[in-house]
Ligand binder design. Sequence first.
Ligand SMILES: NC(=O)c1ccc[n+]([C@@H]2O[C@H](COP(=O)([O-])OP(=O)(O)OC[C@H]3O[C@@H](n4cnc5c(N)ncnc54)[C@H](OP(=O)(O)O)[C@@H]3O)[C@@H](O)[C@H]2O)c1
Ligand SMILES: [Zn+2]
Ligand SMILES: [Zn+2]
Length: 346
Amino acid sequence: MSSTYKAVEVSAAGVLRVVERPISEPGPGQVRIRVEACGICHSDAATVTGTYPGLTLPRVPGHEVVGRVDALGSGVSRWKIGQRVGVGLIAGEDGTCEPCRRGDSVNCQNPVVSGVTVDGGYAEMMIAEARGLASIPDELSSAEAAPLLCAGITTYNALRNAGLRGGDLVAVQGIGGLGHLGIQFARHMGFYTVAIGRGGEKEKLAKDLGAQVYIDTAVGDAAALLQSMGGARAVLATAPSGDSMGSLVSGLAVRGKLIVLGVPRDQIHLNASPLVFGGRSVYGSLTGTAIDQEDTLAFSVLENIRPMIETAPLEQAADAYARMMQGKARFRMVLATKDLNHNDHA
Ligand SMILES: NC(=O)c1ccc[n+]([C@@H]2O[C@H](COP(=O)([O-])OP(=O)(O)OC[C@H]3O[C@@H](n4cnc5c(N)ncnc54)[C@H](OP(=O)(O)O)[C@@H]3O)[C@@H](O)[C@H]2O)c1
Ligand SMILES: [Zn+2]
Ligand SMILES: [Zn+2]
């Protein structure tokens, strides 16, 4: 066996390059994973541009990782060699900070963050914390499962934790990696699902994914159109654009919620009136835990939900990343480290 593995690292801000690294052994409580697939999330931009708080370079990005356990560190009993596992963004909590002590580990104040505090999945191998792993069901190929570990869980958790009821009007703004899964989850959870995009190009895709209505903000006022339908009980805002989010509050029903999932660099501007008169609210939601990932994967199998993906070899990570950033991906680029049409290659 080779003593090195291939990885794609951010060597300096804006530079993704292929490197060979020595294979290392997992430490106590860790596993080494032979990566089979890794999705390219828009949040990877915070690593590629070197702007994620606390990040030091070089760093391997990637937090939608599926692979097989290849080596076990001491004290790891839950996972077996050869087992297929997934790793998301928040890939280990400290267990000691206040949110952790209150059982809110996704909001750990000192988390292991894949592709930020540790190297992520743009690589043939990755070392991960055993406590942060999700089990991957056999029904999903590695390339299909990967986007569910961030884009999927983020929209799934936001929807299921929003106190919604069947039949509620839910809008999903931004039809990219997160949004195209958000539309499917919303529809399959039983919500009247409205997709909000800019331009007409994605209307058919959004409807094929399950949206009853498509709003094109290039030709219509999204808030007014939502109000004409009775107002949204929730809007999942996934666009990486703060400017596009604030006005959506006026499209909410009384007590409706604008759930901020995108992390734009620009500000979100808010008008106080619809917040106060009608008790509307704005809050954020951060991905989820490993067990939430398993729930997301199980729901996707149950309802036959799959991400729409385009695969690329690891060596072409820089091009695939650029394609995502240019909004050309339909809808998730996945680095396929191994050929992955099937999940039965042990
Ligand atoms: N909360 C979390 O835990 C979490 C998890 C993952 C990602 N994120 C964040 O969520 C955001 C989306 O990530 P992603 O991976 O889904 O990105 P993506 O695949 O690049 O999709 C973003 C989509 O937003 C659309 N968009 C951009 N500006 C828009 C606007 N003004 N109005 C409507 N749509 C607009 C783009 O479509 P067009 O360009 O075709 O309009 C694009 O398809 C990023 O900011 C990312 O960092 C947050
Ligand atoms: Zn992500
Ligand atoms: Zn903690």
